[in-house]
Design a protein around this ligand. Sequence first.
Ligand code: FE
Ligand code: FE
Ligand code: ZN
Length: 277
Amino acid sequence: MIYLGAHLSSSKGFYKMGRDAMAIGANTFQCFVRNPRGARAKALDPADLEKLRALMAREGFGPVVAHAPYIMNPCSKDAGIRELAGRMMAEDLELMEHLPGNYYNFHPGSHVGQGVEEGCRQIAAMLDQVISSELKTTVLLETMAGKGSEIGGRFEELRRILDLAACGDRLGVCLDTCHVSDGGYDIVGGLDGVLEEFDRVVGLSRLKAVHINDSMNPPGSRKDRHALIGEGTIGTEAIVRIITHPALAGLPFLLETPTDDKGHGEEIAMLRAAIGG
Ligand code: FE
Ligand code: FE
Ligand code: ZN
């Protein structure tokens, strides 16, 4: 079973998102649990989350991924912004506890001139503040394109956060194909080598989810502009090799390509046809 899904555009209730995912032929999905630009958490509705849990079990869904808001920056120079990041993550994780066994993914952050080491320390400190040993959600660090002062463009930077955080053993990683390609990893011509490097530096057992996006830019561009599958520099064949790679079996693969739910449904159908189911 390959778990294929997409970042859903609407987020009007969790059960509704499960239905929306089914409507586009998905058996996993990603969503924001609050306004993507940050703002306030939505009112927590345990009954709605329980309905989604039942739907996921009944329909054989893979794990789903909640995505942290983009404005979250746990390694900002501004202490207030760092505190806000911790507060948002704590609130989001509280909500996710009603959907145990799933994932919460975030962009590690931008160190804005403080340096990678200091940034990694601040990120690790926030994680230790919000992640308790009883948490039923696995928090994932996303691999980034390395744009500006973004942390996570190199696997070593994620490793550093895992090492610095006391809760490091309980963290996972989400690999974004556009980001790693833009970061300079050759996933088109040398996928096995990239996965070996990931395994050596981070550990493949840490890899819990994959964002499947094509890229508008060449490898190493550090740009982070997603393209539709087959319309960028990665291409459909490379994406198919990723979703069928034995080392990645069982992971949720999530589209974040620049289109709507309907477009994602077409990409899912195209990928399912390409892999023969
Ligand atoms: Fe992301
Ligand atoms: Fe992503
Ligand atoms: Zn991106």
